[in-house]
Design a protein around this ligand. Structure first.
Ligand code: ATP
Ligand code: MG
Length: 417
């Protein structure tokens, strides 16, 4: 991609209403723009990151044997009345009437819709267990939307649901999802912790939250240095006495994933049964597994930034490499060398951003640092004389010279690490 063609504008200053660093940097780097409170447009740079997060989540879900579907965002009230959540959910549920005065809501989550689907489609134990998932826009009319896409009203979630004949099968899938989540957050390059949690609004018996560790996190988590115990503060106050909690270590986290064992909460109220191998009708047992795709983008920035801007983990960087030519507009030779490497890198599937603007080097460097591109090559006349370009990693103190003809192999090795 050539920067002159990218719909983006970096800002020196963040708007004053942005409170946390990720919100400030997402605005300054030109990743998102607010349309209304808690509702955002993703610009090309931000959308590239969102898509990369989505891609990693999708790959791991598929490899865990989950099948991708897409459910409607708009859901009929009848299903929510059946599960009794129409009255329980409160003002976070955005309720809408159609032209016939029929009631609907914009889905904040999809337990009702998926349960309705499964009770219609799954007839036999031979189809079980089954894991279905989607990556889709949710709406929750949060009382205090804030921190940009971290706590938005409209946001992107991966939600998966599993259906089982018995508890052992649910337990097995739950553990498999726990492992998949561990893989996902590891691949995303984030420091995270899984904690036992309260089941909250969704209900059910057992759950774990996955938190990205960051000082600005809204949630407090507690853990023991001596045992494996790690829990959300809400959960710990149920599990432990006051004295026990004040012995425990504290950390702050951003909840990016949540897995639940729902049991028969939805399948009993919504009468979801299937025949077992003896021909007996059994009430299905459910699990559900959410990941906040758009929240992850903000959480990654909360955890990885410095005074210059964002420091993306390579796996989710909008571009892996920036090409910065110094005075390209004055030198045909320089221009040719840059374009030739740009083409070679593109053919080799490297996500490369060429800063082809007629800007001062200082502006180009600080923009690449603000946007958080993990690697950069700088081209200059002097370097070309020696057949060299300058390489610097986003967090390196010093730059180093490398031969242009080895540049593609060099960066491939860096990125694969
Ligand atoms: P929170 O306690 O932060 O409100 P939640 O318990 O309501 O989260 P879930 O219903 O488990 O969240 O939703 C699954 C995931 O969706 C969460 O782990 C979180 O990462 C993400 N998420 C929830 N609410 C929001 C929001 N308002 N904006 C962005 N992401 C969200
Ligand atoms: Mg919530």
């Amino acid at each position: 991609m050539k920067l002159s063609k990218l719909l983006t504008a970096t800002l020196r200053e963040a708007p004053t209403d942005a409170e946390v660093i990720s919100h400030k940097l997402m605005l300054r780097a030109g990743m998102i723009r607010q349309l209304a409170s808690g509702i955002y447009t993703w610009l090309p740079l931000g959308y590239r990151v969102l898509k990369k997060v989505e891609g990693i989540v999708r790959e791991e879900m598929n490899s865990a044997g989950a099948q991708e579907i897409l459910m409607p965002a708009i859901q009929p009230a009848e299903l929510w009345q059946e599960s009794k959540r129409w009255d329980q959910y409160g003002p976070e549920l955005l309720r809408i009437n159609d032209r016939h005065e029929r009631e609907f809501c914009f889905g904040p989550t999809h337990e009702e819709v998926i349960t309705d689907l499964v009770r219609r489609e799954v007839r036999s134990y031979k189809q079980l267990p089954i894991i279905l998932y989607q990556i889709q826009t949710k709406f929750r009319d949060e009382i205090r939307p804030r921190f940009g896409v971290m706590r938005a009203r409209e946001f992107l979630m991966k939600d998966a649901y599993s259906f089982h004949l018995n508890d052992e099968s649910l337990q097995e899938t739950y553990e498999q999802m726990y492992k998949s989540y561990t893989k996902i957050f590891t691949r995303l390059g984030l420091e995270f912790r899984a904690v036992i949690a309260d089941s909250g609004n969704i209900g059910g018996d057992k759950s774990h939250e996955f938190h990205v560790l960051a000082e600005s996190g809204e949630d407090q988590i507690v853990f023991s240095k001596n045992t494996n115990y790690a829990a959300s503060l809400e959960r710990a106050s149920v599990d432990l006495g006051k004295d026990e909690i004040s012995s425990l270590e504290n950390a702050r986290g951003i909840e990016v994933g949540h897995i639940f064992q729902l049991g028969t909460k939805y399948s009993s109220s919504m009468k979801t049964n299937c025949l077992d191998k003896h021909g007996k009708s059994v009430n299905l047992i459910m699990g559900c597994y959410g990941i906040g795709i758009s929240r992850i983008v903000a959480a990654a920035i909360e955890q990885n930034h410095d005074e210059k801007g964002i420091i993306w983990p390579t796996s989710i960087a909008p571009f892996q490499l920036a090409l910065i030519p110094v005075n390209m507009h004055k030198s045909v030779r320089l221009r040719d060398a840059v374009i030739s490497l740009y083409n070679e890198l593109s053919v080799n599937d490297i996500d490369v951003l060429l800063d082809d603007r007629n800007e001062r080097p200082g502006v180009m460097f600080s923009d690449a640092e603000l946007v958080g591109i993990p690697h950069r090559f700088v081209f200059s006349e002097k370097g070309l004389d020696a057949g060299e370009i300058e390489y610097k990693g986003r967090c390196d103190k010093e730059s180093k010279n490398i031969q242009i003809k080895k540049a593609t192999a060099f960066i491939k090795e860096k990125i694969n690490v």
